[in-house]
Design a protein around this ligand. Structure first.
Ligand SMILES: Cc1cc2nc3c(=O)[nH]c(=O)nc-3n(C[C@H](O)[C@H](O)[C@H](O)COP(=O)(O)OP(=O)(O)OC[C@H]3O[C@@H](n4cnc5c(N)ncnc54)[C@H](O)[C@@H]3O)c2cc1C
Length: 504
């Protein structure tokens, strides 16, 4: 991890950085080799070693522990999965409820492991508000989202509606019309979590090599520039940082996401904002805005992702002053008391978006390659769930996690996840959808009638959004069969547009 304390707030909370761990400079053998020391790789190692202490496990990290999204994210620990509807939409309600229970329980499971293992990562389960907090039109959007959560199998006890007064008891937005309260959401300091977890697994006997980029996966072998690990199972946990490694980037692309942190706010300011339970919040914009109150009394706020031509991963932490200003203005729009607040940090990174728009946990027993990712910006909790699941698959445990619909064995990611379309289609589509969403938001903000354009734009954006549901995809495919040539170009565009729909 680049230790730039000026840009990444989480890094500035670590008092002392450990010395770099040694590179791999030999050919060694192990039971499991894990590529990537983010949450997915480290949780996989944690559960493997906890369940089967005799296993020799080696983690290979190209840079330092937490260099990727795990050391840079917004700190939300969400009891949900992005793209869940694609897995559970067609299942009977009882099974949907079971799946939702698994993803909801996952948040408490993380809290329990941290407590048991004494990993101090400022874990706080204060729930999250999905607020209608900018324009009246957002009330209908959020009520629709609540109905969607219930349809998926989340129960009323976990996800419920707050009217304007109830919302104000939790957080006082400029225009707090109401919103959803989701109880199964926590927040965490991700750098404390990823570094604490790495130390924990080392104590359990796992070996971590830093600055050891894997350049090739051979026959049951992970090869670095100066060494190799021979192992029957190789876990690829590179999500939005796969780059030239293997062919993962053809199936999971990096999408860039940026975050800011304010200076610590005074008690008076917090009095005005509320959030005494240190909860998390998001508003109903399609161009996602989300944040939470940090343990030391700052607001950490992320908004709007982007796609870089060619699918480049973001390695530099720092972001531009313009990027900081944009987010600061959005934050002050929600909480006017922050009009003149000082932004002390601004940073960014890359999350992974799978071409199937849903996360996956895969173990291909034939090749011995396991992988998980595609969390679409909701990977902090998901990486725990999928890391734990990979451990169950590798150990052939007949567990509830291994039976979930997002788990696949005996096939390669090449067959299970579609490939992304080539450039410039991806980039062009991302631009179109970003402007389309921004246009709709500008109209909502004006709050003046625009009888023709507003409904048309909203319908068009709703359509793009619904493309993430299997049901619409089926209809869409049917339509394509009828008129293959002209429409198929449009279909490619629409599907390629999807990345920005799911940004965290
Ligand atoms: C700015 C930002 C904000 C976010 N906010 C949230 C949030 O609030 N809540 C949420 O749930 N999710 C959030 N996410 C997403 C979440 O952080 C990620 O989905 C999650 O951390 C992915 O973890 P991972 O271990 O799979 O991948 P990563 O943490 O990206 O780790 C991949 C690792 O693999 C290493 N690697 C890559 N190639 C090689 C190689 N060839 N050899 C060896 N090592 C290699 C990389 O260096 C990296 O350390 C955010 C992401 C970003 C970027």
């Amino acid at each position: 991890m680049q230790q730039d304390t000026c840009s990444n707030f989480w890094i500035s909370t670590i008092a002392q950085w450990p010395e770099p761990r040694p590179r791999l400079e030999a050919s060694i053998q192990a039971d499991v080799a894990i590529v990537g020391a983010g949450f997915t790789g480290l949780w996989t190692a944690y559960y493997l070693k906890t369940l089967a202490p005799h296993l020799a496990i080696v983690v290979l990290e190209a840079q330092r522990v937490g260099h990727g999204a795990s050391g840079r994210n917004g700190g939300w620990v969400v009891g949900n999965l992005a793209g869940l509807e694609r897995y559970v939409g067609e299942l009977p309600m009882e099974r949907r409820r079971e799946c939702c229970q698994v993803v909801a329980d996952n948040v408490d499971d993380i809290g329990n492991v941290l407590e048991r293992g004494s990993i101090a990562a400022d874990f706080n389960k204060g729930g999250a508000l999905y607020a209608a907090a900018r324009y009246p039109d957002q009330i209908a959007i959020q009520k629709g989202y609540l109905a969607h959560l219930h349809e998926l199998g989340h129960d009323e006890a976990n996800c419920s509606w707050l009217d304007a007064d109830q919302l104000a008891e939790k957080a006082r937005f400029r225009n707090g019309y109401g919103g959803i309260y989701h109880r199964q959401v926590a927040t965490v300091n991700p750098v404390k979590l990823v570094t604490g977890l790495a130390e924990t697994i080392e104590r359990l006997g796992v070996t971590i090599h830093e600055q050891s980029r894997v350049t090739l996966i051979g026959q049951h072998e992970a090869i670095t520039e100066q060494g190799a690990v021979e192992a029957p199972i190789i876990v690829c946990a590179t999500e939005g940082y796969a780059e030239r490694f293997h062919d993962f980037k053809k199936h999971v692309i990096p999408v860039q996401s940026l975050v800011i942190a304010t200076e610590p706010l005074t008690q008076d300011v917090w009095q005005e904002i509320g959030m005494s339970e240190r909860l998390a919040f998001a508003d109903a914009s399609r161009l996602i805005n989300y944040g939470h109150r940090s343990a030391d009394g700052r607001l950490v706020f992320g908004a709007r992702g982007s796609y870089a031509f060619g699918g480049k991963s973001k390695h530099r932490l720092a972001i531009s002053q313009d990027d900081i200003r944009l987010r600061r203005d959005l934050l002050a729009d929600l909480f006017p008391v922050l009009q003149d607040v000082t932004i002390s940090h601004g940073w960014g990174g890359s999350l992974g978006l799978s071409r199937n728009f849903r996360p996956h946990g895969i173990l291909d027993r034939e090749s011995g390659i396991a992988t998980a990712g595609g969390y679409a910006g909701e990977g902090v909790a998901a990486a725990h769930l999928f890391g734990r699941t990979l451990a169950d698959l590798i150990l052939e445990r007949d567990s509830r996690l291994a039976s979930m619909p997002w788990v696949f064995t005996n096939a390669s990611h090449r067959h299970l996840i579609k490939r992304w379309e080539p450039e410039p289609l991806r980039w062009l589509a991302a631009q179109v959808i970003t402007y389309s969403y921004a246009g709709e938001e500008a109209l909502m903000k004006r709050n003046k009638p625009a009888p023709l354009i507003k409904p048309v734009l909203t319908k068009a954006n709703d359509f793009l959004h619904r493309l993430s549901s299997e049901r619409v995809s089926h209809q869409h495919r049917l339509y394509l069969c009828v008129t293959p040539s002209g429409i198929s170009r449009y279909r490619l565009l629409c599907i390629a547009m999807k990345p920005t729909l799911s940004l965290e």
